[in-house]
Design a binder for this molecule. Structure first.
Ligand code: GLU
Length: 290
């Protein structure tokens, strides 16, 4: 896989939507914050479509998301990667972890695990492949700490607080935690800027980076948009963005980012936003109420 690893620039960030539906205001905010951060550093901004889970992928959503980004002036710097085309890379990562004896096969059902705050290690002894089983990464029993660029210092005792994580599901699909690390490492991402709902995945991902022999990137988690106490998401039926209203859509986001923008096209708005944008406005904020 080493040959696939992109040369790391000084700063490379990305937006990695799951195509379970069209872009909405919450995902536009995610794209925008990662874009502004990348451009503020004079860096690159890439897009990766996380179509890892065919049953959840909505036909046409990937193209619709890309069209929406384009309509809102958010242009990316590299061909779009699709996780549905990355099985070989994920297989390879599983082989690496198996060679290192850092995974095991697990047949525990959801019901068996219900009520357990972390996976209790039930199947740790199953080190040989077996059918109808998930694969779990054996989380190392270490303390880990990092400074989130928006949320500040984070610290955990990995095995105690997180436990062993599924990296390939029982139905054979690769899990998000593995795919995101393999892709971000292969694409040479230096900075992961995403919603705070993914902060709790970061310690697992850092452990996977290290196990696979990669350096951990920087992480920055920004507040998510919350409507009546719930994260704005496709699951909560957040309305799709109207691409013909791109300027008005962006207008809604500027105050939440502490920006006062006068321009009247998406491209000019983004240029003006870059002149004003400072991530300190979001520091320590966990949510933005609509
Ligand atoms: N695909 C994930 C989502 O749409 C984002 C993954 C990430 O940024 O790490 O929520």
């Amino acid at each position: 896989m080493a040959s696939m690893t992109a040369q790391s620039p000084r700063y490379r960030g990305r937006f990695a939507p799951s195509p379970t539906g069209p872009l909405h205001l919450g995902s536009l905010l995610a794209a925008l914050v990662s874009y502004l951060e990348a451009r503020r550093h004079g860096g690159e901004w890439w897009v990766r479509i996380e179509d890892l889970d065919p049953p959840r992928t909505q036909p046409g959503a990937s193209d619709a998301i890309l069209r929406s980004l384009d309509s809102h002036g958010l242009t990316w710097d590299s061909p779009v990667m699709y996780q549905s085309q990355r099985d070989d890379a994920y297989h390879h990562a599983i082989e690496v972890l198996a060679d290192l004896d850092q995974l095991f096969w697990c047949r525990c059902s959801r019901k068996q695990l219900a009520g357990q705050p972390v996976y209790p290690g039930t199947c740790r002894a199953c080190r040989q492949p077996r059918g109808d089983a998930a694969i779990r990464f054996q989380t190392p029993d270490i303390d880990d700490a990092f400074t989130d660029l928006f949320q500040g210092p984070q610290r955990t005792a990995l095995a105690r607080d997180y436990g062993d994580v599924v990296i390939r599901r029982r139905d054979g699909l690769f899990a998000y935690q593995l795919a995101v690390v393999v892709d971000d490492a292969d694409q040479g991402m230096t900075d992961i800027v995403r919603g705070i709902d993914l902060l709790s995945s970061t310690f697992w991902q850092r452990a996977l980076y290290r196990a696979l022999g990669h350096e951990c990137p920087n992480h920055a988690h920004f507040p998510v948009l919350v409507d009546a106490g719930q994260k704005l998401s496709k699951q909560n039926f957040a309305p799709a963005l109207d691409n013909n209203q791109a300027t008005a859509n962006l207008m809604q986001l500027w105050p939440w980012l502490g920006l006062d923008i006068q321009a009247d096209t998406p491209e000019r708005m983004l240029a003006e936003a870059l002149g004003q944008w400072s991530p300190t406005y979001l520091h320590g904020l966990a949510e933005i109420a609509l």
